[in-house]
Design a protein around this ligand. Structure first.
Ligand SMILES: [Zn+2]
Length: 53
């Protein structure tokens, strides 16, 4: 199921990412990867704060 996720990076920066994103997403602030595509569902590398529907 496709969902938007509210995540928080190790550095404390919040971001909204798409759970089935086909593109890697990096933190705006520290540039660490938050999410990487993995054929279908993306792998999340940070803490999920909230699932937005
Ligand atoms: Zn960060």
């Amino acid at each position: 199921m496709s969902r938007f996720l509210k995540v928080v990076c190790e550095c404390g920066e919040n971001a909204i990412v798409f759970g089935d994103s086909k593109r890697a997403v990096n933190c705006r602030k520290c540039k660490k990867p938050l999410l990487k595509p993995r054929g279908g569902r993306a792998r999340i590398y940070c803490r999920i704060v909230e699932v937005l529907s």
